[in-house]
Design a binder for this molecule. Structure first.
Ligand code: AMP
Ligand code: MN
Ligand code: MN
Ligand code: MN
Length: 291
């Protein structure tokens, strides 16, 4: 088994359910040789992940997934290979964490007005004192029997137009890419098929992203179908963007999405790792690049 690098995963530092240690152990057991930890708006899990990766012979790529408001909607930008100690990056992430802290209280207030008590405290307790995301609210509401699974909580309470929805006030695209570049990282547009953009808007997003210094898009993603992958492989070629691959793993509670099972990149993509120094044993990872 020689799986692709997995360049998009979450731990308990954001809304994943495995600690950074347990995540890296599970990845290693699944044969993943190159792993990026990309928690939402925080690098707090990276030190632990790197230490465990060193023990297990996994190459840990330090990453982050930054929340961005672009054209009135939320998109996600993954940063890969960054210096987590960079002050510009950390100042930017600190601002997003402040917004998250306020937003969590506001979601709690709105749900309370809707007759759901204690959601803020419940979500906060599930987050173990770390960042509170909508996923923590979703898990709490499921535990209270308000909905049968987290997806239906999102659908009924947490998305646009629903009682617990609070509009994002995240980084601009330029800021997010700028912070990643300041920290020496590569900026990758996460799961582009998820944004449900018509062609004109999508091309504008890709154009803006490249203009600000973004270099890659996720072609293979846990939230992409094979058609999505083929479609975005074509966009990557046409826009001269590198192709990334990431599961967007959040934990074993989503058994349909496991570490170490990513499909290969479609032919003709240039993998974002094409010029990375890779550890021995990962040197023969999929390389269908031609571009
Ligand atoms: P947040 O950044 O706190 O607004 O939460 C975004 C996260 O919520 C995503 O990274 C997913 O983990 C999760 N999420 C978003 N939409 C859904 C959905 N429809 N069903 C389940 N989880 C979702
Ligand atoms: Mn998430
Ligand atoms: Mn995302
Ligand atoms: Mn993610």
């Amino acid at each position: 088994m020689n799986p692709l690098p997995d360049l998009h995963t979450h731990s308990t530092a954001s809304d994943g359910t495995l600690s950074p240690r347990a995540l890296v152990e599970r990845a290693a057991a699944a044969g993943v040789k190159v792993l990026a930890l990309t928690d939402h708006d925080t690098t707090a899990g990276l030190a632990e992940a790197a230490a465990v990766a060193g023990e297990l012979g996994v190459r840990l790529v330090p990453g982050v997934e930054i929340s961005v408001t672009w054209g009135g909607r939320t998109v996600h930008v993954v940063g890969l290979g960054l210096d987590a100690d960079n002050p510009e990056l950390q100042a930017g992430l600190a601002r997003l964490m402040e917004f998250r802290a306020w937003r969590a209280e506001e979601i709690g207030r709105r749900l309370e007005r809707h007759g759901i008590e204690g959601a803020y405290e419940g979500a906060r307790d599930l987050s173990n004192g770390r960042l509170i995301g909508r996923t923590h609210f979703a898990r709490f509401l499921v535990s209270r029997g308000v909905a049968r699974d987290t997806q239906s909580v999102f659908k009924r309470f947490l998305t646009s137009g629903k009682p617990g929805h609070v509009a994002g006030d995240w980084a601009s695209l330029e800021e997010a890419v700028g912070w990643i570049r300041a920290a020496g990282g590569q900026a990758v547009l996460a799961h582009p098929a998820r944004y449900d953009l018509r062609r004109t808007r999508l091309l504008r997003l890709l154009g803006d992203f490249r203009a600000h210094g973004g270099v890659g898009i996720e072609v293979v993603s846990g939230s992409h179908s094979r058609d999505d992958a083929l479609n975005f492989a074509r966009h990557a070629r046409e826009q001269r963007l590198l192709a990334s691959a990431g599961s967007d793993y959040h934990g074993p509670e989503q058994p349909w999405l496991e570490l170490g099972r990513l499909p290969p990149l479609p032919e003709g993509c240039t993998p974002i790792w094409h010029d990375w120094p890779l550890p021995s044993g990962a040197s023969s990872i999929q390389h269908q690049a031609t571009a």
